[in-house]
Design a protein around this ligand. Structure first.
Ligand SMILES: C[S@@+](CC[C@H](N)C(=O)[O-])C[C@H]1O[C@@H](n2cnc3c(N)ncnc32)[C@H](O)[C@@H]1O
Length: 380
């Protein structure tokens, strides 16, 4: 068993394997060339920063790296978990945590059981060494990465301010309302974006959601108090919108509505500021068939969201064109879909397309993003 102190600061860095090369490049540029110590998998790396603390803020601000946690010890587990359990129990006591919970990530582990059953065994073992386990409201969360026959242990949360909001192991901070009432998995993306970029959505603010179906982002924004104009030729799940929502739909050419009950149908040609009596106005039409001047009449918007499955640069061009409908200082949340491996190029081109109309442009790979990144910007 080895303990790290003074001379050697080791950290576990987490990222998404879909962006392995970009993550390594970013890690190198933040910490320096020689700091990468060991690849635990294609999404977990141990770095050794010598006597220096890792630059947690730079990692938090990076595009591709989710989080970093200090590696507190590593231990051999080939002949069982008791040494690990004893050490975890003593760390819990030493650091003064009232209780803890352990989460296991298996990477090429010798143990064939699933991570959950290993967690149960470790928790039960820790109790024998006097530790208090609390799965619902733990004082600390230990992360145990089992690689081969070695377990690497870090502590998540508490003293790791910059990593606290982005969970890698489990979706611990998942919003309960989305889990219970959410329309689509995409809702976690907007939730993470609002959290990470610290975006304020005020009661009565106006949002434009382009590529909105089946309506997850719109529902999320409505829950936050925004009135939403949602553009999508596809079906939006009106029934799943917050209770009591006033909903209207404006049908594009050759579009139909199957479920018109309790929904007002507005004349597309006559859309104007009067939509403001509604919580949700669904414009059932492709974005390309709507004139920007029409959108301007519905604004000005405080927030614009674009989540369309088209190449990143094309989404950025839509955001640039629609900026006219936004207030100065309005927020943009844009999903940048990566359709090939020219990721840096797609990012650069997207930023370039936005440069004339937006400022404070930032990009982050959020945990629920797949082969995509989330771009945030502020309307100039
Ligand atoms: C990933 S889904 C959006 C999911 C949505 N954010 C949610 O939370 O439910 C992408 C949507 O973009 C829509 N879309 C694709 N091309 C479009 C276009 N040209 N104009 C408007 N919507 C488009 C698709 O119909 C699809 O519903």
């Amino acid at each position: 068993m080895s303990n790290f102190n003074g001379k050697s600061m080791k950290y576990i860095v987490f990222f998404d394997k879909r962006f392995l090369q970009q993550s390594i490049n970013e890690l190198r540029s933040i910490l320096g060339e020689s700091k990468i110590l060991k690849y635990l998998s294609d999404s977990v790396i141990i770095v050794d920063t010598g006597e220096k603390k890792a630059d947690l803020k730079a990692i938090y601000d990076s595009v591709f790296l989710y989080k970093t946690e200090e590696l507190i010890f590593e231990v051999e587990v080939a002949s069982g978990y008791s040494a690990l359990e004893e050490k975890l129990a003593s760390v819990q006591k030493e650091k003064g945590y009232a209780s803890s919970k352990t989460e296991v990530l298996k990477e090429a582990a010798f143990d064939e059981r699933n991570a959950k059953s290993i967690e149960v065994e470790i928790g039960t073992g820790m109790e024998k060494y006097g530790a208090r386990i609390d799965l619902l409201n733990p004082g600390a969360v230990f992360h145990v990465i089992i690689n081969g026959s070695t377990a690497y242990v870090s502590i998540a949360g508490s003293d790791n301010a910059y990593g606290a909001t982005l969970d890698y192991f489990r979706n611990r901070n998942m919003d309960r309302d989305i889990v219970e009432n959410g329309i689509s998995r995409a809702e976690f993306k907007i939730h993470e974006a609002i959290d990470y970029f610290n975006i304020k959505v005020c009661e009565g603010s106006r949002a434009l959601d382009i590529g909105a179906a089946p309506g997850g982002w719109s529902r999320y924004l409505m829950k936050k108090g925004a009135d939403v104009v949602a553009i999508d030729a596809g079906r939006i799940n009106y029934e799943a919108m917050p209770q009591g929502s006033r909903i209207a739909v404006a049908l594009g050419k050759e579009r139909e509505i199957a479920d018109a009950e309790d929904i007002d149908v507005l004349d597309m040609e006559k859309l104007d500021g009067s939509w403001k009596g509604y919580d949700l106005l669904h414009i059932k039409e492709l974005f390309g068939n709507i004139k920007i001047s029409e959108l301007v009449k519905l604004g000005p918007f405080d927030i614009m969201c674009i989540d369309i499955n088209i190449p990143a640069q094309e989404s950025a061009i839509i955001a640039a064109v629609c900026s006219e409908a936004l207030k100065k200082g309005a927020f943009l949340i844009l999903t940048l879909k990566m359709t090939d491996d020219k990721i840096e190029q797609a990012m650069a081109k997207s930023k370039e397309a936005l440069g004339a109309t937006y400022e404070d442009i930032r990009v982050k790979k959020l945990p629920h993003d797949r082969k995509e990144l989330t771009l945030f910007a502020v309307k100039i």
